[in-house]
Design a protein around this ligand. Structure first.
Ligand SMILES: [Zn+2]
Length: 472
């Protein structure tokens, strides 16, 4: 999977430059775009790399798969996301206060509920016409992960109090990471500080001298320790100004749960979410409900400038849509919960030399095979229509661990990869396998070989067949 897509900022700048040179645009519109460009230059609302078509595909695949599973019934059950807050600070400075961190978590939780409504301080919000402007109840809540001895335990009973025992709040003095440049500081900071697995939301609070407000990773990429959101320490509730209510964190967490910007794809493509109106470009500022721009007049609906996934000022943002809720739930199930929604404990029996029946895998879904055999001299091969990455794990006499990356180096090219198990003196090791799966076949005999496969990447893998044969 490519991680080298052009940044959104680059695309955006090129797009706006092109727009401003097109003749025949009415004055108001052109003025709007010049205004717009200036805003972007002074403050970069979000440095998250736009996933483009890949993101749209990932959403469509996950939502469609989600609807087919019994787990879709669980949309009536709340999801609790474990959170770790990392507050960075420079020498002579101080971490964010407990009070600030508490109001930040409270705001995040509130934003994901139906009590997130338009700001009553705005005149248009309280008019008769728009009195009921509130968000969808997402049933997604955020509680602190439990941190003991520097390790996230997986226990989810810590709750939402910053001062609770073992609440995952980490205060780190590092001036370089605090004065933050994404290109320079992201990798070393996250390598050192990231906690937990894909389910744990790692949120870092830093200072952006370049005017950026934040950035995030998407769940459908394999981010490893880079997974998480980074937001300006001065964008939190009570900080004031256009971006000082805590909505940058909400926006970045939206990305972390799989939501693109509402304007992703512009007028002609899509953000993958069905009920967010197409939007040509991000909105800056805020304007009343009835005078919202409609930048894609040939498609339904005015621009969703109140949506958390636009670029509007904090005072304007209050909304996730029903479609965005479903997207986040599907993304959570398929990419963050990690078991792909289908039980992996149904083991498919293999026979030596006989191909398995073909199966399909959704992203992150696992399947386990068992080959009863007394010999280690076996080669197991996975083949099929793999649009995304599928990893192959092979282990003697025990269920393999599903780590990222194949247990054997895959054959280059094509849709086939294999793992050859072969004797080496008295020890038998999977040749070419990485260290984590290097387990010896004791005394030259085994009872069984287990083969696990797991879908990664963004696409469904179809017609996968596993064949284990005695070495030629
Ligand atoms: Zn963004």
């Amino acid at each position: 999977m490519s991680h080298h897509r052009p940044s959104f900022a680059a695309i955006q700048f090129a797009f706006l430059t092109a727009i401003s040179t097109i003749s025949g645009i009415e004055c108001h519109s052109e003025h709007h775009h010049h205004e717009h460009l200036r805003h972007l230059q002074s403050t970069t609302r979000c440095d998250t790399t736009d996933p483009g078509k890949a993101g749209e595909d990932a959403i469509i695949t996950a939502v469609a798969a989600f609807r087919e599973t019994p787990r879709a019934q669980r949309t009536s059950l709340p999801i609790v996301v474990p959170v770790c807050f990392h507050t960075l600070y420079a020498a002579g400075g101080a971490p964010l206060t407990d009070e600030k961190l508490q109001s930040t978590l409270n705001h995040l939780n509130q934003a994901f509920t139906s009590s997130s409504c338009c700001d009553r301080a705005l005149e248009w919000c309280t008019s008769e016409i728009v009195d009921k402007l509130c968000s969808t109840e997402t049933q997604i809540t955020f509680e602190f992960a439990e941190l003991v001895g520097g390790v996230v335990t997986g226990d989810t009973t810590v709750g939402t109090s910053v001062t609770a025992l073992n609440a995952c709040v980490v205060r780190t003095e590092n001036g370089d990471w605090f004065t933050h440049s994404k290109s320079i500081d992201e990798a070393p900071m996250k390598d050192a500080l990231h906690l937990g697995d894909r389910r744990v939301l790692n949120a870092y609070f830093v200072d952006f001298p370049n005017g950026s407000l934040g950035y995030a990773t998407f769940p459908f990429n394999d981010n490893g320790k880079l997974d998480g959101v980074v937001v300006g320490f001065d964008t939190l509730p009570g900080d004031g100004g256009r971006f000082g209510e805590g909505d940058t964190l909400v926006h970045e967490v939206g990305h972390w749960l799989g939501l693109p910007h509402t304007f992703s794809g512009g007028c002609f493509a899509s953000d993958g979410v069905l009920d967010t109106a197409k939007t040509r470009d991000p909105y800056n500022g805020c304007t009343p409900q009835l005078s919202r721009p409609d930048s894609c007049p040939t498609s339904t609906g005015a621009d969703p400038i109140f949506n958390f996934m636009d670029y509007s000022d904090d005072v304007c943002m209050y909304e996730f849509t029903t479609g965005q809720k479903e997207t986040m739930l599907a993304m959570w199930e398929f990419y963050r919960l990690g078991d792909g929604g289908i039980a992996a404990d149904e083991i498919i029996q293999l026979q030596l030399g006989v191909p398995s029946n073909p199966i399909d895998l959704f992203p992150r879904e696992k399947q386990l095979y068992k080959l009863p055999t007394s010999t280690c001299e076996v080669t197991c091969t996975l083949s099929g229509d793999k649009e995304g990455d599928v990893d192959l794990f092979v282990e003697y006499d025990q269920v393999p661990q599903y780590n990222d990356g194949d247990s054997c180096v895959s054959e280059s090219g094509g849709n086939t990869e294999s793992c050859r198990l072969q004797s080496s003196g008295r020890s038998l090791v999977p040749l070419g396998c990485r260290n984590r799966s290097r387990r010896q076949c004791n005394d030259l005999t085994v009872d069984a070989i287990y083969v696990g496969i797991q879908g990664y990447g963004i696409s469904t893998a179809k017609s996968l067949v596993v064949t284990c044969s005695r070495n030629a």
